[in-house]
Write a protein that binds this ligand. Structure first.
Ligand code: GDP
Length: 537
């Protein structure tokens, strides 16, 4: 039988190209060094020539992209986009995740577009709250996790204690692939656990270019690093004896994590991480559709939208929908169908976007992320495909909102714009709009978010894009459950300390001001089913 054709590409071409792809994201707590590591990775892959090019001024660090005034004034990164580059014979898609402490759903959604993650820890802090939250999502999706312990050039925790923390707190078995020679703060280099050599780094001015390195065999390492070398060898031996050696299966199943040490700001240990990513991190695999069938990589083109962003280019307020390719070949100009609307549209403008840089993209394969410019009908979670058979991928998981507010137009002459704007923000996933019989009066809507900053972004966008300022009245709810029986809604919708709000997909959310209010309702109605909302529900 003749191989399926995708334009000029055959099935074999598609499978070969997919096998060359690596799509990953870095998860971390703010300040652990994610921007710095991203930059160091780009530097090693020659995607930039000097550190500083992606994140701000040449020289030293700024923040990722400054496309939005709000972002600039606050000095935080709100947008997430993708950096694509070649490294050795592979094509890497590094999906950026907004790293502000005030969590947004954007970060979660970015994780649906990748095949593995790098968990970045600060050597002095170990596991921190935001990392833990993100790790939960990775676990939910069975994403393999690579651990990189950063800032080893500064005083930090003991490396064995850090390993212990991974086992005790998150039940993740570390498998060191290199090990620091000397304590944190006195970084002399790394013991390569694979061949037992000592990797020693030179410094470059301000860490702006990749650090030169030399490898010493164990005998020379002993002469160069003396007791520190002996201690590193002992520690690695100890870990190996207790089963902490590299095993591909347990990494891919998410039970164990390859462990690397380094200092991103000095570019130390970054090449080792990248080499591991291209050698052993997973390539794209077939994705399941809503019926549970797997869409093989060499089927015709399919992708899903994981992010919609407006105003990336302040000169003309355009909208970019970011989609992860799941099967087939994407070629610029191709006509694709949006499964939700059932309508075909031509993809004339397709870009790779990272920070403020854009390049036009002509072709993409499974594992790549494409930025569709001005595809205004697309919403987060939409499936795109071309040819036959069609496909619908499951909607992206929605996360339990933690903040609620009533939004109303502050300028009554702009009510039409208000509703247009709110609908757009809902499509982009900036906030979720909930229905409420009681509160949907006088044009008011209830909005919900995972992080408070989502409200700030919404308020800003309503003024800047729609000329319709909004008034936000925060609702004091903090506990959310799913009401499984809508006939019992009146038991909760009492108005003072609890009520029912309805999601666009019809899910009824029971919201309470506190855990004790929830407990009181439970005591009064012991048979009332109130389910916990977990990722994906
Ligand atoms: P992000 O919030 O996770 O993106 O963190 P940044 O990349 O902005 O880094 C936060 C701070 O840590 C900055 O001042 C960096 O220069 C610093 N930093 C990042 N990596 C290292 C490192 O390896 N060693 C040291 N000493 N500082 C680092």
């Amino acid at each position: 039988m003749a191989a399926a054709r995708h334009g000029a590409a055959s099935s074999t071409d598609v499978r070969r190209e997919a096998a060359r792809r690596r799509a990953f994201a870095v998860i971390s707590h703010p300040d652990a060094g994610k921007s710095t590591l991203t930059e160091a990775i780009a530097l090693h892959a020659n995607a930039i020539s000097r550190a500083g090019a992606v994140h701000g001024k040449p020289g030293r660090r700024g923040v990722v992209s400054d496309w939005m005034e709000l972002e600039r004034t606050r000095g935080i990164s709100i947008s997430s986009a993708v950096l694509q580059f070649d490294y050795r014979d592979k094509v890497i898609n590094l999906v950026d995740t907004p790293g502000h402490a005030d969590f947004s759903e954007d970060t979660y959604r970015a994780l649906s577009a990748v095949d593995c993650v790098v968990m970045l820890l600060d050597a002095a802090r170990g596991l921190e709250t935001q990392t833990l939250k993100l790790l939960d999502v990775c676990r939910d999706r069975n994403l393999p996790v690579i651990t990189f312990i950063n800032k080893w050039d500064r005083p930090g925790l003991d490396p064995l204690a850090l390993c212990d923390e991974l086992v005790q707190r998150i039940n993740l078995r570390p498998m060191p692939l290199n090990w620091p020679v000397s304590r944190a703060g006195l970084f002399r280099g790394l013991l390569d656990c694979h061949d037992g050599t000592f990797v020693r780094y030179g410094r470059t001015a301000g860490g702006a270019t990749a650090a030169p390195q030399e490898r010493l065999d164990p005998r020379n390492a002993q002469a160069a690093a003396g007791e520190d070398w002996a201690r590193a060898q002992d520690e690695v031996r100890l870990l190996a004896e207790s089963g902490h050696t590299f095993d591909l299966e347990t990494f891919l199943s998410g039970q164990a994590s390859p462990l690397f040490f380094g200092a991103a700001v000095l570019n130390h240990g970054v090449r080792e991480l990248l080499d591991f990513l291209v050698d052993l991190a997973p390539a794209p695999t077939p994705r399941s559709d809503t019926t549970g069938n797997q869409r093989e990589l060499d089927t015709s083109f399919s992708a899903f939208v994981f992010k919609v962003q407006t105003g990336m280019n302040p000169a003309h307020r355009d909208q970019v929908a970011f989609a992860r390719v799941c099967s087939g070949v994407f070629e610029r100009g191709m006509v694709v169908t949006n499964a939700a609307a059932g309508r075909p549209f031509a993809t004339k403008y397709v870009h790779q976007v990272f920070g403020q840089q854009r390049t036009t993209l002509d072709i993409a394969y499974p594992g790549d992320v494409i930025g569709l410019v001005n595809a205004t009908t697309l919403s987060v979670g939409d499936t795109l495909y071309s040819g036959k058979p069609g496909v619908v991928f499951p909607r992206l998981p929605s996360f339990a909102p933690a903040h609620f507010a009533v939004a109303r137009p502050a300028d009554l002459s702009r009510v039409k714009q208000f509703h247009r704007g709110i609908a757009q923000l809902q499509a982009e996933g900036v906030v979720r709009v909930l229905r409420s019989e009681r509160r949907n009066r006088g044009g008011a809507v209830v909005v919900a978010a995972v992080g408070m900053m989502q409200f700030d972004v919404a308020a800003y966008r309503m003024v800047s894009d729609y000329g319709s300022p909004i008034a936000l009245d925060h609702l004091e709810y903090s506990v959310v459950r799913r009401l499984t029986d809508p006939r019992r809604r009146h038991l909760i919708d009492t108005g003072s300390r609890s009520e029912v709000l309805v999601r666009a997909d019809g899910t009824e959310l029971a919201v309470f001001t506190s855990r004790s209010d929830l407990a009181a309702v439970r005591r009064r109605h012991p048979d009332l089913e109130l389910a916990r909302l977990v990722a994906g529900v």
